[in-house]
Design a protein around this ligand. Structure first.
Ligand code: GLY
Ligand code: MN
Ligand code: MN
Length: 434
């Protein structure tokens, strides 16, 4: 993503903060995996959103109106030995030259420099509680200034949650973000198609998972979340990630997998028959979930509420379950009593962005949020009927279906970012027959 995009975000945030404020945001710490080995480092989403800087041990400071520059970055110093062992570092010089910082310092100097920056500011935008160790350091810097009050130093009076402002910004995707999210959805769609075409009874679930890793990685990305590849009874476990069972002729396979591309997630689910042909019972449940998903997507338009797609999906699913004999009673009563919850126990979607379950409030006060252009959400109804379900005919057992797409709110409705991946029964069967 262009450096201008990150600069625009910082400007927007500084406008909201006002002139006598300062924002402080550290990135993630590295996470140990086991002895001497860390998990691959992935920067904190808020930090990356504002800096485009992907190294660990970095702190962003925004000081609107500061004479020697408003945007400061503390980062690791250059170090030939460390770089030989562990990889390149931008260093403070690179932070200025490549990442647009007005001023940059070695991270080990932060104790000397930060108190001086805090001194002249009234308000500190900082998120308490997400990095306890850094919280303590910040408090100690503020206390250091307080102790010097007789020398005329003035510590900031107000602490405001930075996260609240950044998360609201992140909810509205720019043109550049939408372009990247569309690319992410296309890469994931390609992987899903590949899996449909390669799937054969007798394969292991992880063999198909490998096809996703292959497609994601060769586009430079990685999974946005652990891929869910579950056949038969495993299709009925919502967040199944063991992916180590053989795929059986006659079973449904549910795959929920999406790439993270340039730090933006896609999140796509398809469910299809392992042998390429839906049985009569599988077809009935699949078509019902698809009808619910299409009805929910129709509710995505500016001015409608966050919950409208969910309400639409629940209504279609409840009516359909009555028709199939899986629920008994009047649809409005069953909806009110949440009778569908036995087979459809999750919500219809979530915000999508840099995090797969992205930031942004779902309610404003007591009211559901109103959809606005630039928001991206998933629409993902499902039905799960494990073997042994009491009072449920055997023909429905082990059918687990979820259909999930990534949907952008546009000026006059919606755009399905993952539309290049088929979901109609005929289209899936045709794709699998090839
Ligand atoms: N992949 C997690 C979800 O669909 O929410
Ligand atoms: Mn999802
Ligand atoms: Mn998903």
């Amino acid at each position: 993503m262009d450096q201008k995009e990150f600069a625009r975000r910082r400007k927007q945030l500084m406008r909201m903060m006002g002139p006598d404020a300062i924002a402080i945001l550290p990135t993630n710490p590295e996470q140990p995996r086991n002895r001497d080995v860390d998990y691959p480092f992935r920067p904190d989403s808020d930090f990356y959103y504002l800096t485009g800087f992907a190294e660990p041990e970095a702190v962003m400071v925004l000081a609107p109106g500061r004479e020697h520059g408003e945007y400061l970055l503390f980062c690791r110093d250059r170090d030939p030995t460390m770089e030989t062992w562990h990889g390149r570092r931008a260093g403070p010089e690179g932070a200025v030259e490549k990442f647009g910082a007005d001023d940059a310092f070695p991270i080990q100097d932060i104790n000397e420099i930060l108190p001086g920056l805090l001194e002249s500011r009234e308000r500190v935008f900082y998120t308490m509680g997400s990095a306890p160790e850094f919280d303590h350091r910040l408090i100690s810097w503020v206390n250091r200034i307080r102790r010097q009050s007789r020398a005329g130093k003035h510590a900031p009076d107000e602490f405001i949650s930075l996260e609240h402002f950044v998360h609201d910004m992140r909810l509205y995707k720019s043109r550049a973000e939408i372009r990247v999210m569309r690319q992410a959805a296309n890469i994931s769609a390609r992987a899903h198609k590949r899996a449909m075409q390669l799937c054969r009874p007798g394969m292991m679930e992880y063999e198909l998972e490998a096809e996703f890793l292959h497609e994601f990685r060769r586009a430079g990305g990685e999974p946005a979340y652990p891929s869910i590849v579950g056949g038969g009874e495993n299709a009925c476990i919502l967040h199944y990630t063991e992916n180590n069972a053989p795929l059986k002729d006659g079973d449904i396979l549910l795959i929920d997998a999406g790439t993270e591309h340039e730090y933006y997630a896609s999140d796509i689910t398809r469910s299809f028959p392992v042998n390429g042909r839906f049985s009569k019972a599988q077809r009935a449940i699949y078509q019902l979930v698809l009808d619910a998903q299409l009805a929910a997507i129709e509710e995505v338009y500016p001015g409608n509420t966050w919950n409208a797609p969910h309400d639409a999906a629940v209504k279609v699913i409840t009516r359909g379950l009555v028709k199939l004999g899986l629920l008994k009673g009047r649809t409005p009563t069953l909806v009110r009593e949440r009778a569908y919850h036995r087979f459809y126990m999750h919500r219809t979607g979530h915000w999508l962005g840099m995090d797969v379950h992205d930031v942004g409030d779902y309610k404003v006060g007591d009211e559901w949020r109103v959809l606005e252009p630039g928001m991206v959400l998933t629409v993902e109804p499902g039905l799960y009927i494990p073997a042994g379900s009491k009072g449920v005919a055997r023909k429905w057992w082990n059918i687990g279906i979820r259909i999930e797409d990534d949907v952008l709110v546009t000026r006059d409705g919606y755009d399905v970012l993952s539309k290049n991946l088929p979901k109609e029964i005929d289209a899936i069967e045709a794709l699998m027959a090839r």
